[in-house]
Design a protein around this ligand. Structure first.
Ligand SMILES: Nc1ncnc2c1ncn2[C@@H]1O[C@H](COP(=O)(O)OP(=O)(O)OP(=O)(O)O)[C@@H](O)[C@H]1O
Ligand SMILES: [Mg+2]
Length: 439
């Protein structure tokens, strides 16, 4: 007797009234079960569902499901890594600093020296735009920042139009790097356009990424770089326009009136915050190298905005911690930087200390009318600072234009702060965040 086909056996053994799905046994019945004569199609009861086979099927299901989940996770990980890599391309992260591990500020601890908190609250602009194109182009370009489209690269013709051919009537001034003209862009934005002196700066390859880095730095107390222009050997920088001239102008050039004490305090505090941001919140940190009263611009409310940060790098010849070309201005140079070219953020702290001395005394850093040895503000002020802090008498130090109209507690703080900032040894000067916490 030959074995019935497996399908036939099933057809006869499955009760038609059985509810539920077909038994999984169907799938695994071996076609070659030996027929021993006792087993007939009609007599063979339907085999009960086997536990082991159910488990196998269940296992297969779980296996397939698990594999799908794994594939999904893998795809997500690859996407996430690529996205992170893209973000890093900007080369400029803005994570608040955790603070220097080797804070070399060995000055005695004053009650005002709270642990520094990053001045991030003052960040008003957009976060760094990591997707800015880093390619080189001298054509007009726009970049998308925060959903809005901002133009960052200008053609020379656009800047000619903005400044009415660099008309003399639009000339704002001239500094060590070149002429600055006022301009109005086609979208109506007021800007200050700096034409860098031809020949001494960087080539296009170094210039482009450097300015793109600077243009990503935004802070309430820093002058923003709106964009730039490369045209042949010409290099131009387009800055936001700051309408109320410089601190130098208000302290030393404006006749008859001078800024009052409250305004001086506000300017000291604002510029300290701007500098602290460059030193402690930007990665890599930006050392200004040319802090001075003419690089502190003022808006209509006399809020300070530090100008020209990052500019020194466009003219520097190397990236190391020692610069072979000292950038800066006489009267503001930290001794170690002037002598060795050593680049640390403490050289900015020293220059900032000189600005504080200008605010306190109303004097210029170098007084050309004085022919004595102490014709510079630091040599003149040092003994007076110590004396004033000891006896609380500021008369010999304070700008005569202020008369007695200043808050003596605030004056004491500013005098103490100036005295710490202009310390001879860089390691003993405070960090900028410590300075603004004090002010
Ligand atoms: N963003 C700006 N908004 C308004 N005026 C500006 C702006 N930037 C510069 N100026 C004006 O242009 C003048 C010249 O600036 P510039 O930076 O070239 O010279 P500086 O600050 O005196 O010296 P340095 O070249 O060493 O920075 C300034 O004194 C200021 O009056
Ligand atoms: Mg300047």
């Amino acid at each position: 007797m030959s074995s019935p086909p497996p399908g036939a056996a099933l057809a006869t053994t499955t009760p038609p009234s059985l509810p539920g799905p077909p038994s999984p046994v169907v799938l695994i019945l071996p076609p070659s079960i030996p027929d021993n004569g006792t087993r007939t199609a009609a007599a063979t009861p339907p085999p009960p569902p086997s536990n082991s086979t159910t488990l196998v099927a269940l296992g297969m299901g779980i296996g397939i499901g698990g594999a799908i989940v794994l594939v999904c996770v893998g795809i997500f990980v690859i996407w996430y890594k690529r996205r992170k890599k893209r973000l890093r391309l900007g080369g400029f992260a803005y994570a608040p600093s955790q603070g220097s591990k080797d804070d070399p500020f060995h000055a005695p601890q004053y009650p005002w020296q709270h642990p520094a908190s990053p001045p991030s609250g003052n960040i008003i602009g957009e976060p760094p735009n990591p997707t800015l194109p880093l390619g080189i182009s001298s054509q007009s370009q726009s970049s998308s920042v925060d959903g809005s489209t901002k133009k960052t690269t200008f053609t020379f013709e656009e800047l000619l139009l903005a400044t009415k051919n660099f008309a003399h009537t639009n000339l704002l001034g001239q500094g060590g790097f070149g002429y600055v003209h006022k301009g109005v862009l086609c979208d109506g934005k007021h800007v200050a356009i700096k034409q860098l002196k031809v020949g001494s700066g960087q080539g296009e390859r170094e210039f482009q990424p450097e300015v793109e880095t600077i243009s990503r730095v935004h802070h309430k107390h820093l002058v923003s770089l709106v964009g730039h222009c490369i045209s042949g050997i010409q290099r131009l920088l387009v800055y936001e326009y700051v309408p109320n001239n410089t601190l130098e102008f208000h302290l030393h050039e404006k006749e008859n009136t001078s800024i009052n004490w409250a305004t001086r305090m506000k300017i000291a505090l604002g510029s300290a915050k701007g500098l602290a941001y460059l030193h402690e919140d930007c990665k890599p940190k930006i050392i200004h190298r040319d802090i001075k009263s003419s690089n502190i611009l003022l808006d209509e409310n006399f809020e300070a905005k530090v100008a020209d940060f990052g500019l020194a790098r466009l003219y520097s010849d190397n990236d190391t911690h020692v610069s072979t070309r000292v950038m800066g201005t006489f009267g503001y140079l930290a001794p170690e930087y002037a002598l060795t070219g050593k680049l640390t953020d403490k050289l900015d702290v020293f220059s900032y200390g000189v600005v504080l001395l200008e605010l306190i005394t109303g004097r210029r850093p170098i007084d050309k009318s004085q022919h004595y040895l102490d014709d510079n503000i630091i040599d003149w002020a040092r003994p007076l600072l110590t004396q004033a802090l000891e006896n609380g008498d500021f008369d010999t130090l304070v700008d005569p234009r202020l008369q007695t109209e200043y808050d003596s507690v605030e004056m004491t703080r500013m005098v103490a702060c100036a005295s710490l900032c202009v310390r001879h040894f860089a390691r003993r000067r405070p960090r900028m965040s410590q300075v603004y916490m004090f002010c």
